[in-house]
Design a binder for this molecule. Structure first.
Ligand code: HDE
Length: 709
């Protein structure tokens, strides 16, 4: 049958769709990785290499006898098991990773001397870890939260970690407030609730008292916080960094990742349901996309500001609660990243990967952003307790591909056996090796940007960090009406879960009223609070007044419906030819159609043959799909099934593109619209594909309100 198998192909099959160049590079990289262990054809042994004859029974005095302490096989196995867990990350504990590569679009020598940005022929391996922030390792993927977007570039000059998020700003301006912020957003200390969300008193207490958080909080209340897929998120370096060329000329840069799949979200109702029905929704989506060869792709770009223009803006480039509107400084694309290989082992790779914003290479440097400066310390520090000592750079996933020799020695879990007698520099005993490389040499050593500093040692927030509302306002006013409504609903939902009325009122009066009075009034009404007359803060209102790039609607992507999941509902009596046509048409567009039946058993077609299905409608509800199509011959069977009707009505409510038959449409009581099409498969598929490309049928929102959830 034409249905695409849900059993994802194995690695090697997916690799078959890679370009020969890429397959070679992957094979070469993997052959260097001698630490990857494959037990196929190997005997079971103890950790000391002794072959094991019986892995079913411990050693006892007689078959019913007492266990014997001398059973070193039992003791070794249980001891290792007892220590299998390591501490999860204090934030960003829930994550998923993938391997891939980065390729520069050209030579960017004018901007930076970083080697991986000089040559379009060069392939730089990367490992990416996406994450949520608040929840523990086992929490749900689709909670409302910021997403981590951390990329490790294994460059020839050492590892470069771009440890960003899917939102371009942050909650606080100074690292000293980070523990306070994290304590406020994490589950409350007395009862460890809620898991994975910010809808609780301590979070809203903190952010309503700290106006610098206003901008990031409105991003977190927007659809950006409930992505449809990790493949459909933008990424941002957040802080201002520097890039430096061979002449020593520096520019300020802000990093951006632009997904070719577009920037899309699920609806809040879907997000909540998915958290229960598929906790691993994002993880699974990324994994399956890579296994089936739909490799997600992002373009790396930078906004470039010459050093001389540092003070050109009405905000401070060093303030991490501000973005540079793309209308003021457009994004220059430098290269692309493709994720094309799933990890072999979650723990060894995704869990043990250790990112640090301080991992940079020649040609890249920091700015004085006080949040970034704190991060430079924090990440290495946290790895020492999480990964058990300072040798975590020797764990395979963290090892640079560049050679690494130093006089650092010993410590817990040291893997390298350093030869030679001199573990100090300078030395004459080992010929002076390893030696420094002057920055001016070919492939020179790292040199910090020589920034002149002449200042008082002082604890003070710069006045230029003082405007907390202009960009939050810019964000709200740049949203489409639909996106604005979603933001109003998100604040209302979250604040509705806050027990203390003083906190709700404070957020409305002291924060929202300063962002936008319409927003504050609507949220106040939903909470039954008096509406504020005006904001208390005189907001400057920066330029521009609107930034189109902030709206997700401006990022539809350019890969059509590639990798989108489409449900094809089948039941007894289905016309096989109709299914065939639909599936072929969708596959021709690189979408992923799946046949769903009343159960997981094959259904009988109109000509009496069994048609295997991929899953049942209950097992894979409509929230897991981007569109729904109904082939011919199943009207009656679907109209008389509660599960099928729920599937279709829920899909309609969630604004999915659908192809239905006339009879089914009227028995569901729905009306045709731009994305609800009547099939004949052939005529409707073109319009259906267009509607899926649009992600959701936004025009349907008002009509869908009336349909029960
Ligand atoms: Fe992090 N952050 N962070 N953070 N962060 C961590 O490092 C920290 C910040 C981000 O997939 C921790 O290895 C401080 C901004 C990501 O492994 C920790 C401050 C941004 C990840 C830490 C910040 C991030 C982390 C926890 C304020 C976006 C996950 C475990 C000064 C630009 C990386 C770990 C992964 C992880 C500290 C603020 C992104 C505790 C002190 C701003 C994507 O070191």
């Amino acid at each position: 049958m034409p249905s695409k198998k849900t059993d994802a192909p194995k690695h090697s099959e997916a690799a078959g769709t890679q370009t020969p160049d890429r397959a070679n590079t992957n094979a070469k990289l993997q052959s260097l990785e001698t630490f990857r262990s494959d037990a196929t054809g190997q005997a079971l042994r103890t950790n000391q290499g002794v072959k094991i004859a019986d892995n079913q029974n411990s050693l006892k005095a007689g078959a019913r006898g007492a266990s014997l302490l001398e059973d070193f096989i039992l003791r070794e196995k249980i001891t290792h098991f007892d220590h299998e867990r390591i501490p999860e990350r204090i934030v960003h504990a829930r994550g998923t990773g993938a391997h891939g590569y980065f390729q520069s679009y050209g030579c960017h020598a004018e901007l930076t001397k970083a080697g991986f940005l000089q040559d379009p022929e060069k392939i730089t391996p990367v490992f990416v870890r996406f994450s949520t922030v608040q929840g523990p390792r086992g929490s749900a993927d689709t909670v409302r939260d910021v997403r981590g977007f951390a990329v490790k570039f294994y460059t020839d000059e050492g590892n470069f970690d771009l440890v960003g998020n899917n939102m371009p700003v942050f909650f606080i301006q100074d690292a000293i407030k980070f523990p306070d912020f994290v304590h406020a957003v994490k589950p409350e200390p007395h009862n460890e609730m809620p898991t994975g969300g910010s809808a609780h008193d301590t979070f809203w207490d903190f952010v309503s008292l700290v106006p610098e958080s206003a901008h990031m909080v409105i991003w977190a209340m927007s659809d950006r916080a409930i992505p449809r897929s990790l493949r459909m998120m933008e990424g941002f370096g957040v802080h201002t960094f520097r890039m430096i060329n061979t002449e020593g000329v520096a520019s300020f840069v802000k990093f951006h990742w632009k997904p070719r799949q577009g920037v899309h979200s699920v609806l809040w109702d879907e997000a909540q349901k998915l958290a229960g029905k598929d906790t691993d929704y994002h993880r699974r989506d990324l994994w399956e996309a890579i296994e089936t060869g739909d490799y997600p792709e992002w373009e790396l770009g930078v906004q470039i500001v010459p050093e001389a223009d540092e003070h050109r803006f009405d905000f401070d480039l060093l303030d991490p609660t501000k973005l540079i509107p793309e209308e003021l400084v457009p994004v220059t694309k430098l290269g692309k990243m493709v994720l094309d290989r799933n990890p072999d082992n979650f723990f060894a790779e995704t869990e043990q990967v250790a990112f640090c914003p301080g991992h940079i290479v020649p040609g890249i440097d920091f700015s004085n952003d006080p949040l970034l400066q704190g991060r430079l310390f924090s990440y290495t520090d946290t790895q020492i307790s999480r990964l058990g000592g300072p040798n975590f750079h020797e764990i395979p996933i963290n090892r640079p591909v560049a050679p690494n020799h130093s006089s650092q020695r010993d410590a817990m879990h040291r893997m390298t056996i350093d030869k030679g007698r001199a573990s100090y520099e300078p030395n004459s005993i080992d010929g002076g090796w390893p030696k420094e490389t002057p920055p001016a040499a070919q492939d020179g050593g790292f040199e910090s940007y020589q920034e002149r500093i002449d200042a008082h040692k002082i604890r003070q927030r710069s006045e230029s960090f003082g405007d907390h509302f202009s960009q939050a306002r810019l964000f709200f006013q740049s949203m489409s009406p639909t996106e604005q409504q979603h933001i109003i609903k998100a604040y209302s939902f979250e604040l509705g879960k806050v027990e203390r009325e003083t906190i709700r009122q404070r957020e409305v009066n002291e924060i929202l009223a300063n962002i936008d009075l319409k927003l504050a009034t609507a949220v106040a009404a939903n909470l039954g609070l008096p509406a504020p007359k005006q904001g208390r803060v005189q907001v400057k209102g920066g330029k521009p007044a609107q930034s189109k790039a902030l709206s997700q609607m401006s990022h539809p992507g350019d890969v059509g419906i590639k990798g989108r999941k489409i449900a094809v509902l089948v039941a007894e009596g289905v016309e096989a030819a109709s299914v065939d046509k639909l599936v072929k048409a969708l596959e021709a567009k690189s979408a992923r159609p799946m046949l769903l039946g009343p159960t997981s058993a094959p259904v009988k077609t109109a000509d009496g043959k069994p048609l295997p299905v991929d899953a049942s409608m209950e097992g894979m509800p409509s929230i897991m799909f981007d569109g729904i199509v109904v082939p011919k011959g199943v009207d009656k069977a679907l109209a008389s099934s509660g599960v099928a009707k729920h599937f279709l009505l829920e899909g309609y409510k969630h604004l999915k593109a659908m192809v239905l038959t006339k009879d089914l449409l009227s028995s569901l009581g729905l009306k045709e619209d731009k994305g609800l099409l009547l099939g004949d498969e052939q005529k409707s598929v073109g319009a259906f594909v267009k509607a899926v490309e649009g992600h959701r049928v936004w025009e349907r929102e008002a009509a869908a309100e009336a349909v029960p959830a």
